[in-house]
Design a protein around this ligand. Structure first.
Ligand SMILES: [Zn+2]
Ligand SMILES: [Zn+2]
Length: 404
């Protein structure tokens, strides 16, 4: 009897184990099957979304050196859209304007911007005309890097700088650039005689900051400057006119009558849209009085930038010299939109605007984060070794020769 009971129990256990093993196997099988089905679904979805992009759809990304510049076209490139608040996400003020006639103009060259210039892989010998709005470090901080770095990167001629006078010579552009060159005396002496000499020069054209006047006119390009109200006397804004297109570039300033007089009929109008008094207090820990001075007596807050845009009605307004953070940008835009409902870009580093009479197209630039200097477009000048500064015999005697 016991044997029969044992046998029945054993059979039941065996049946249970077989069923359990089958169930587990089936379960695993289903999982694998489900996964396979899911993979196919993803593949199908990917295929279907890829094939749903029309062949003619324009990309919203610009890859440098892959598109010819139209002979009637202007490219405006943001290389620094930030402020004195140095950060990786936005370099300080710097803009590049490329014209269909082959010329290139730089407006301001703030700290951190040169890496963005490098990302475009434009031969440095073409990047030599720089127009400075004022001498704050966030507008000239990379001038030294462009001067010497551009020379080492195959610029085969002098760097040329235009900028405003001050009330006295010591607050003018010439004084600043001459002293910058003196500051790098040791650096320059080590290179002169080892590199083509022309790239090691820098030329300054200082103009009267208090006048509205043409400061550059050549080859169909006219650049005008006029006073800006910012810090101390000696800040300006610019316009560039070429081929029926007009770009207006506002250096830092409170709203002023000269800008409203000269900023009309712009295809592109670039202006600061800085923080409100309360944002200076909240974001930068300014005390209320300092916040009031900076927001109302030195810079243009975003809500007032909107009033400038709404008065001047450009084809495209570009707000910069601000914070494009995800949690600040909506307030900047809302401030501008209180009064301005026209075309607007809140600028970010490495955005490009392609401008023709018919169209303004905005895209993000996909540049090279690890560039080497582009080769010179034509042969460099010969080096004159007679200009070289040799090591002293004493220091040279300390060398260890591992070549033998
Ligand atoms: Zn400034
Ligand atoms: Zn500034």
């Amino acid at each position: 009897m016991l044997k029969i009971r044992f046998l029945v129990i054993s059979i039941v256990i065996v049946i249970f184990l077989v069923v359990a093993a089958y169930s587990v196997g089936l379960h695993h099988g289903r999982t694998g099957e489900d996964l396979a089905v899911a993979n196919v679904a993803v593949a199908a979805q990917t295929k279907s979304s890829a094939s749903s992009v029309p062949a003619s759809k324009e990309r919203d990304v610009y890859f440098p050196n892959t598109e010819p510049l139209g002979s009637d076209e202007m490219r405006v490139i943001a290389l620094g859209t930030g402020t004195l608040n140095f950060r990786r996400s936005q370099a300080s003020a710097a803009w590049l304007v490329e014209l269909g006639n082959g010329e290139k103009f730089i407006f301001d060259i703030g700290t951190g911007s040169l890496a963005n210039f490098g990302a475009l892989e434009i031969p440095f010998t073409y990047l030599y005309k720089i127009f400075i709005s004022h001498l704050h470090v966030d507008h000239i901080g990379d001038l030294d890097a462009m001067f010497i770095g551009g020379w080492v990167s195959n610029r085969n001629g002098p760097l040329k700088v235009w900028g405003p006078s001050g009330l006295k010579p010591v607050t003018g552009t010439k004084y600043a650039v001459d002293r910058m060159r003196e500051m790098f005396t040791w650096d320059l002496k080590g290179r002169i005689g080892n590199m083509p000499a022309a790239g090691g020069r820098i030329e300054v054209t200082e103009f009267d900051h208090s006048k509205t006047h043409v400061v550059y006119e050549k080859n169909g390009v006219k650049i005008k400057a006029w006073p800006a109200v910012h810090g101390i006397d000696g800040s300006v804004s610019y316009s560039l006119e070429w081929n029926g297109l007009k770009l207006v570039y506002g250096g830092d300033s409170v709203p002023n009558k000269w800008f409203l007089a000269e900023g009309h009929d712009a295809d592109i109008l670039i202006h600061e849209a800085y923080l409100s008094i309360q944002q200076f207090i909240d974001l930068k820990d300014y005390d209320p009085e300092r916040a009031r001075i900076v927001a109302t007596m030195v810079h243009t807050p975003h809500s007032e930038a909107g009033k400038i845009f709404s008065q001047l009605r450009p084809r495209m307004a570009i707000a910069y010299h601000t914070f494009n953070d995800f949690n600040i940008a909506p307030d900047i835009i809302a401030g501008i939109r209180k009064t301005y409902d026209g075309p607007l870009t809140l600028a970010d580093d490495l955005l490009i605007w392609n401008v023709t009479k018919d169209r303004i197209r905005v895209r993000r630039i996909e540049g090279n984060d690890e560039p080497f200097p582009p080769p010179p477009p034509f042969p460099l000048d010969p080096v004159d070794p007679s200009l070289r500064t040799e090591l002293s015999d004493w220091l040279n005697g300390g060398r260890v020769d591992f070549s033998r």
